[in-house]
Design a protein around this ligand. Structure first.
Ligand code: ASP
Ligand code: MG
Length: 455
């Protein structure tokens, strides 16, 4: 059971989350809890890190963190446990302050130090949640995921060594479950083989939950959040959006990758490897949420969900010299990869005289500079240009696989609304079709498709 930041944003929410865990346990289940930092805390820690780097005073942030976490303990932690809990919070803050001082004195903020600094968010929240469970009379233990999840040293978004991690997880968690203890594990953070603290990328607690779930061969992985599961589209864009009761692993992966923020994109992988269903649920309502599994029941809906990536740009690379020359595409994408630029979508004209791709708007200049460096003469690549301000709309649904006419239907639905398409791409799995429109048309396109396929 994983609780996100909003499910532990104050004392009331901590208590609510603890109670759901206990209720589930009392129904005869073994329960393992994973928890994110309190809402906003990861950003506060990053802010503190940047302030330290600039030599600014961080005592205000430390005080804010102290009062936020002290406030969260109020009335939910037993008197006998409270002073110890507060002492542990003070110790963690002291340790945090030392790390921030290090940044300040060295005048250097590496990704490694950043991971160390943000790790305190989850270390603090897991402590409070575990003490809250204990205060309800159950046995609980707070566990730092350092001792469970082993990664490489790609700080900021480390890769997990699964086999090593699964062994550690099962070795340390299974005995606790046998002792009727509810473990509360820090989400998001891990340790490298060299023993440095690493993180799994922003929103990484979802991923922790599925890694731990796979490690203990859980029956289900629950992602507890502040919405009623995964919705057909963003309800802020389309008011008739609704919760999807069931979807497949593949659909959920496509959706998470293309901008739907409910799940960390890598969450599904460990679940697939052990065939464990993932349920996305609201921690403050009784709705069943969305169940993600290998094979869904036959669903006649061709399209299941629509997502959007905003603030994107198309970059065009063209030149008659590119025609029939092997390796041009490889060099284009190598240049981007070497500069850590993430490419959302790619398309090549059949004449081979142009390649276009979509990146985040913030990466446009960096991409163009990288390409100019990679192709210094105009022999191969003549022009490099871009369009800023585009949206990628991604339409996901396993029912599109082998269904003739889906693309035609989609595009005629948006053509009726007079929306121009700038670029199209279909995943070879046929589980998604993505296309690019200008940002003025993005929301309208979503509403048109939702109306045609999901209402
Ligand atoms: N606390 C981390 C973040 O804000 C991880 C998470 O919430 O899943 O990104
Ligand atoms: Mg999240």
């Amino acid at each position: 059971m994983k609780y996100g930041g909003t499910s532990v944003e104050n004392a009331e929410k901590f208590l609510n989350s603890a109670k759901i865990a206990i209720e589930t346990y009392n129904k005869g289940n073994e329960v393992v809890v994973i928890v994110s930092a309190m809402s906003g805390v990861t950003d506060m820690l990053l802010d503190a890190a940047n302030k330290s780097l600039k030599g600014e005073n961080i005592s205000q942030i430390i005080n804010e963190l102290r009062s936020k976490h002290f406030e969260a303990c109020k009335n939910i932690i037993d008197k006998e446990l409270l002073s110890n809990t507060k002492k542990s919070i003070e110790n963690l803050l002291l340790d945090l302050e030392k790390s921030l001082m290090g940044v300040h004195y060295l005048g250097e903020l590496s990704l490694r130090s950043k991971d160390r600094i943000v790790s305190f968010g989850e270390r603090l929240s897991s402590l409070i949640l575990s003490k809250t469970i204990q205060s309800q009379g159950l046995s609980s233990e707070k566990i730092d995921a350092f001792s469970l999840i082993v990664t490489n040293n790609m700080f900021g978004e480390a890769s997990v060594f699964f086999d090593k991690s699964y062994t550690k997880i099962s070795d340390s968690i299974s005995p606790l479950l046998k002792k009727d203890t509810i473990p509360v594990i820090t989400g998001f953070i891990a340790k490298s083989i060299d023993g440095d603290i690493t993180t799994l990328g922003r929103g990484g607690s979802d991923y922790t939950a599925s890694i731990v779930g796979a490690g203990i061969d859980a029956d289900e992985i629950w992602i507890m959040t502040d919405v009623d599961g995964i919705m057909t589209t963003n309800p802020k864009i389309c008011s008739s959006a609704y919760t999807i009761p069931e979807m497949s692993y593949l659909e959920a992966m496509e959706l998470a990758y293309f901008g739907a923020k409910v799940l960390h994109p890598r969450t599904i992988e460990p679940a697939i490897s052990k065939n464990i269903p993932v349920r996305v649920k609201n921690s403050t309502s009784d709705s069943l949420g969305t169940l993600i599994l290998k094979n869904t029941k036959k669903n006649h809906k061709v399209v299941k969900a629509i997502s959007i990536i905003e603030n994107a740009s198309i970059i065009y690379v063209s030149g008659a010299g590119m025609i029939g020359v092997p390796g041009v595409a490889a060099n284009v994408f190598k240049a981007l990869g070497d500069n850590n630029i993430n490419v959302y979508m790619i398309s090549q004209g059949s004449s081979e005289a142009n390649i276009s791709f979509v990146v985040s708007e913030k990466d446009v200049e960096k991409s163009e500079n990288a390409l100019r460096k990679a192709f210094p003469t105009k022999d191969l690549v003549r022009d490099i240009s871009h369009i800023k301000g585009v949206n990628i709309i991604s339409v996901v649904g396993k029912g599109m696989q082998g269904a003739v006419g889906t693309a035609a239907g989609l595009f005629s639905a948006i053509a009726k609304d007079n929306i121009n398409i700038l670029m199209i791409s279909q995943g070879s799995s046929e589980v998604s079709i993505s296309f690019v429109v200008s940002k003025e048309d993005g929301h309208r396109a979503i509403r048109a498709i939702h109306k045609a396929y999901l209402e």
